[in-house]
Design a protein around this ligand. Structure first.
Ligand SMILES: Cc1cc2nc3c(=O)[nH]c(=O)nc-3n(C[C@H](O)[C@H](O)[C@H](O)COP(=O)(O)O)c2cc1C
Length: 326
């Protein structure tokens, strides 16, 4: 794979980001991906405190010896640590910050002062235009089928749509587990990809074996969107527990979530409850199986070291061809 403009911008060998994943991405996974020539990503909230997060960043720097890596910051009001975690990113010179939810303005200004790049998760054209005006360096186009909080638009639509109206580099995210999908994303206008679910079934992912096995055993059709975890649609594997609790909020929960007086606390409480469920399912054996994953599960067949996953993706990419029309 030739180095492209994204590779030059981030000083990386391959235009592949291992998407930051709550509970899944720790220092080892991030370092393994960055050392294999991609960019390992981790959410700052995977650590209980800002001090622990700083220690993790230092550990990644030590393990990767100057190779690029990424940190995800949730930049809306629900994240009470955002200012402190942003300061860590700036102090430690984190090469790439990926923002999600809320306005990335302060993050962009702060990280640009230390020469780092900021890419923003986007699920709509309007929001992409907004972050372009704020000075973002690139977009993570979160498409339908993605793990975590999926977008609503198909990559077939969203990538060329962004390409047509926004000038920033585009990173395609959602459902990518095979090199041919990287090639397809590039044809559609992306210059890099962000991959999450594939790396849950990696040797380094910091989750219980049952979760990794569930990724391998699940079919694409098993992925459903639930409102129950955070109040916004999140992709999970349809397990008996998910079927039991249902996918929608009940009328009272919906009312409390929308009401001006109660929405802040309801969202916070729902988020804490969801995070706790995800945590016990990711790290222990429980019948409350809430496993976050995207539609890419259908193509994942084995647990591999992250380096091998990257190598395989590159190999598949090299072998993919656009068939001629005649
Ligand atoms: C288990 C899981 C947890 C995730 N947690 C986060 C997160 O904390 N922050 C974030 O920006 N994205 C998060 N994501 C989204 C990924 O970074 C990435 O954009 C997405 O997984 C790409 O879609 P794919 O899973 O279909 O490859 C998560 C995804 C998964 C599967």
């Amino acid at each position: 794979m030739e180095k492209n403009a994204f590779c030059s911008l981030l000083n990386v060998q391959y235009p592949i980001i291992a998407g930051p994943m709550f509970l899944v991405s720790d220092e080892n996974l991030v370092a393994a991906v960055s050392n294999a020539g991609g960019i390992g990503g981790m959410p700052s909230l995977n650590w209980r405190s800002t001090a622990d997060f700083r220690a993790a960043v230092r550990k990644v720097k030590e393990l990767t010896k100057g190779k690029p890596f990424a940190v995800n910051l949730i930049v809306n009001k629900s994240n009470i640590r955002v200012k402190d975690d942003l300061k860590v990113c700036a102090d430690e010179g984190v090469p790439l910050v990926i923002t999600s939810l809320g306005s990335p303005k302060e993050t962009i200004q702060t990280m640009h002062k230390v020469g780092s790049k900021v890419f923003c998760d986007v699920t709509s054209l309007d929001y992409a235009k907004k972050v372009e005006q704020l000075g973002a360096d690139g977009l993570i186009a979160v498409c339908a089928g993605a793990g975590g909080h999926a977008g609503a638009l198909s990559p077939l639509v969203f990538l060329p749509y962004l390409r047509q109206y926004v000038r920033l580099p585009i990173v395609a995210a959602g459902g990518i587990t095979h090199g041919s999908q990287i090639a397809a994303s590039f044809v559609l206008g992306a210059s890099a990809v962000q991959i999450g679910t594939r790396f849950i079934a990696s040797k380094e992912a910091n989750v219980d074996q049952k979760y990794k096995n569930a990724i391998i055993n699940a079919k694409a059709e098993d992925i459903v969107l639930t409102m129950k975890i955070s109040g916004t649609p999140a992709s999970v594997i349809k397990t008996p527990y998910i079927e039991k609790v249902g996918l929608e909020l009940n009328p009272l929960e919906s009312f409390l979530m929308k009401n001006q007086l109660t929405k802040k606390y309801t969202k916070l409480a729902r988020g804490l409850w969801g995070a706790k469920l995800l945590q016990s399912a990711a790290r222990t054996t429980t019948w409350k199986e809430v496993w976050s994953a995207g539609q890419g599960v259908g193509l994942i067949e084995e647990i591999l070291p992250a380096k091998q996953i990257i190598e395989r993706l590159i190999d598949e990419y090299q072998k993919s061809e656009i068939p001629s029309l005649s």
